[in-house]
Design a protein around this ligand. Structure first.
Ligand SMILES: Nc1ncnc2c1ncn2[C@@H]1O[C@H](COP(=O)(O)OP(=O)(O)OP(=O)(O)O)[C@@H](O)[C@H]1O
Ligand SMILES: [Mg+2]
Length: 473
């Protein structure tokens, strides 16, 4: 599969794809459908491994509005991993870029999910932090690809975006995980609008400022944003649809529904092995992972978008945030000499600190318009996306409790076992009394299980038979 290929820099700054089985291939993604087989073997657990940022390009179809302006398609995809732009007037060579995968088709959602997102989510379920980041100029299709529009996440169709497909995948796998683990899934959804972080799940009532923080256990995280426990796909879909409705959107010349903010949906999963489940040599007692699903606002030029006033100001801050992101990508790929990475220059780059150069496996979805009228922004997107491929993240499986969590876990385990012992004891006493005739069956309703209280309802015809078997309690 495309993502298993390792990369080598070519002299021209592009990259060529080497056969699978080298460097970053150590982290080649597993696609087993059984979650139990997704558990990472012990040898991985203490290691930090290098993982290059993967980049796929989505070339959306030419829009009617672009055709109406006389635009023609100029972006080629000569193979499934190459994008090509025609030469500028002053250049003789076409621009050629290699990526992990290129999608130039209508509705690439299903295929893209199966090929590149699902393997990443398998890692999320194994306890690794993961990120999917949509990047590109305004109107290039980021929101379409992520599915962060107001449209229904709860329907299932070809046009579904990455977010709804991901949530469905996670919930499907939780059914399997739950056979052995207590699992919790928390969702938060924020936007960065004009350099303020806003909670898309909140009702505006909270006055506590939303801040980006860092801790050794959690990495970078957002403080004071709501983290809502979700138990089903329906619950998650309703929550995220409501969040989408709160997002800042406006029309301009290049996009009728232009996102005026960067939106970050974060899904946190915690898995705790049930105390009653025996610990095998390969089982992890605890896994904690974080999935960022990021729909950036697109870079824009006021001359082309025609924005003024509030929208112009939004465009300026959007571009500032993206410039900071570009600087971080630049610094991370400048070579080994560079020490300072300017994450602190913007809230966006602080939040994405783990995703770019940190503890996360990251997939960038670079979106481009095929129109010749967008040649310059498309070239710029492809250049940055191409550079992002040489960012090396250091990922590790998050399988360690902090000392406090370890104590809480052991305490909960002890309490659960004590409760079980107490229950068994009282059932034994009750059974003994019953057999001696000291207790009438009317007095035991609250204690004994249904099949003993009402054997006929449970399909048991002989009362005596259920009382005499020692396994009945
Ligand atoms: N793969 C696609 N197939 C068909 N139409 C698409 C596709 N991708 C995007 N579009 C259409 O292109 C338009 C712009 O897409 P979208 O709003 O996703 O852009 P964006 O990159 O999020 O822009 P902005 O940065 O302004 O938010 C929309 O009308 C959308 O329906
Ligand atoms: Mg958008």
């Amino acid at each position: 599969m495309g993502l298993c290929a390792s990369k080598q820099q070519t002299a021209g700054g592009g990259s060529k794809v080497a056969p699978a089985g080298k460097d970053s291939d150590q982290l080649s993604l597993q696609t087993d459908s059984q979650t139990s087989s997704l558990r990472v073997k012990g040898e991985f657990s203490a290691l930090q491994l290098k993982s290059a940022v993967k980049v796929v390009v989505v070339v959306r179809p030419l829009l009617d509005a672009e055709k109406a302006k006389g635009a023609t398609a100029c972006v080629e995809a000569p193979s499934t991993t190459v994008v090509q732009l025609p030469p500028r007037r002053d250049a003789s060579e076409p621009y050629r870029f290699d990526f992990d995968r290129v999608y130039k088709m209508s509705n690439p959602g299903r295929q893209m999910f199966a090929e590149v997102v699902q393997p990443l989510l398998s890692r999320f379920i194994q306890g690794f932090n993961t990120t999917v980041l949509a990047y590109g100029q305004t109107g290039s299709g980021k929101t379409f690809a992520m599915g962060t529009m107001g449209r229904q996440l709860s329907t299932f169709g070809e046009a579904d975006g990455i977010i709804s497909r991901s949530m469905r995948f996670i919930f499907d796998h939780m059914k399997v995980i739950r056979q052995q683990y207590d699992v919790s899934l928390k969702v938060s959804f924020i936007e960065i609008h004009q350099d303020d972080i806003r909670d898309l799940l909140g009702d505006g009532a909270s006055t506590a400022p939303i801040q980006v923080r860092e801790s050794p256990e959690r990495g970078t995280y957002i403080e004071n944003a709501q983290e809502v426990l979700v138990h089903s796909m329906d619950e998650a879909a309703r929550l995220l649809e409501a969040g989408n409705m709160h997002r800042a959107v406006a029309a301009h010349n290049l996009n009728e529904h232009s996102s005026r903010s960067h939106a970050i949906c974060t899904v946190q999963m915690e898995q705790r092995l049930r105390p009653s489940v025996p610990i095998g040599p390969e089982a992890q007692r605890f896994l904690r992972s974080k999935l960022h699903l990021v729909d950036l606002a697109g870079s824009e030029r006021a001359k082309e978008t025609g924005t003024t006033g509030q929208q112009f100001a939004e465009g300026v801050t959007i571009n500032k945030g993206l410039l900071a992101l570009g600087n971080v990508i630049g610094a991370l790929t400048e070579g080994s000499g560079r020490k300072h990475i300017p994450y602190r220059d913007s809230k966006l780059t602080r939040i994405l600190q783990d995703s770019l150069g940190g503890n996360s496996e990251t997939l960038m979805v670079a979106c481009v318009s095929p129109a010749n009228t967008n040649f310059e922004p498309t070239l710029s997107t492809l250049r940055y996306a191409s550079r992002a491929r040489s960012i090396q993240n250091r990922v590790k499986q998050n399988n360690k409790y902090s000392p406090e969590e370890e104590i809480a876990y052991l305490r909960a385990e002890l309490e659960e076992k004590n409760a079980m012992v107490a229950k068994l004891q009282s059932q034994l006493e009750m059974a003994a009394s019953l057999m001696k005739g000291a207790v009438s069956p009317d007095n035991i309703k609250l204690v004994l299980p249904q099949h003993i209280r009402s054997p006929s309802a449970a399909g048991i015809t002989s009362t005596r038979a259920s009382f005499t078997g020692s396994g009945a309690f």
